[in-house]
Design a protein. Structure first.
Lengths: 64, 242
């Protein structure tokens, strides 16, 4: 049976009190959990988070 | 056959390990998942829940068959690791789980009136609190627990550093604060804890260096500056240190 790769993306987000830009988000992702997490990025703006998520989904669709 | 006097440990911190006495016991992946799941739950669980959680992509019948197989393999090995009846399954009471020990240590450190710490328990606590939970495990149930553990251990390490500063054990305090920084390099409270250790010790140049290191990391990763609170801790030290 052909193994179907499963992607995984975990966003860990928190607010840093006292910062002018308080959002912190660390994103770990992979397009195949068998390979473990292959990328980790940190961002501090909501659009940057969505950008990473969109790029990850597009990569999954492109790999299929 | 099982020797009830031999200590059996399921370790989840730093990776899965089953130890019988001092020896590592080999366990099949399905059995590892079952043992880890039961160890994390810390209580008896319904077989249906265990099957559905551990084999989510299988049909119900197949998931139950996989669970029965894992239980049978563990029971055949004669280690008495799990107690199972037709409805529930539990980790045997005598099995030691390192995460429970570590959580207990963390809770003690965060208690309003924490117990006194001797040097050996400080070393043990820092070692336990420095370890990730099941690194490399990507199942939903494991990831969520891993994040909960990360939060708890970060708070506990910072609290430990503060307590050690209060008793003037600066070397151990720095070790605890550095472990918190290593666990999450972008979290400012960990850097604050480290800077406070250096300042309490009168080590101003180290305090400045710690702030500068964090400033560089934060700038490189996020293009941001530390908060005024952290910067304020070392404000006015530049002239003295130079």
């Amino acid at each position: 049976m052909r193994r179907v790769p499963v992607g995984l993306l975990v966003v860990r987000a928190w607010v840093e009190p006292g910062s002018a830009d308080p959002l912190r988000a660390t994103i770990r992702l992979t397009t195949d959990t068998a390979a473990g997490f292959t990328k980790e990025v940190s961002v501090s703006e909501v659009p940057a988070v969505t950008e990473v998520v969109l790029a990850w989904l597009e990569e999954i669709v492109g790999d299929s | 056959m099982l020797d009830q006097h031999v200590r059996t440990t399921v370790s989840l911190l730093g990776g899965f390990r089953l130890a019988v006495g001092a020896e590592t016991a080999m366990v099949a992946p399905g059995c590892q998942r079952l043992l880890a799941f039961l160890a994390l739950r810390g209580t008896c669980v319904r077989r249906r829940l265990a099957a559905g959680t551990l084999w989510p992509e299988s049909s119900e019948d197949r998931a139950h068959a996989s669970l029965r197989s894992a239980i049978a393999r563990l029971q055949r090995a004669g280690r008495g690791l799990v107690d199972a009846d037709p409805v529930d399954i539990c980790l045997a009471e005598r099995v030691v789980v390192d995460l429970r020990t570590a959580r207990h240590a963390a809770d003690s450190l965060l208690a309003p009136t924490p117990r006194p710490l001797d040097p050996e328990s400080v070393r043990t606590n820092v070692a336990l609190l420095s370890r990730e939970l099941l690194p490399g495990w990507y199942e939903d149930w494991a990831l969520l627990e891993a994040e909960n553990w990360r939060q708890l251990r970060l708070h506990a390490l910072e609290a430990l550093a503060a307590r050690l500063v209060a008793t003037r054990q600066f070397g151990a305090a720095a070790g605890a604060a550095l472990a918190a920084v290593a666990a999450d390099p972008l979290r400012e409270s960990a850097h604050v804890a480290l800077v406070e250790v250096h300042l309490a010790e009168g080590n101003r140049s180290e305090a400045l260096r710690a702030v500068e290191r964090y400033r560089r990391v934060l700038h490189a990763e996020l293009g941001l500056e530390p908060t005024p609170h952290l910067v304020g801790l070392v404000a006015g030290l530049h002239r003295v240190a130079s």
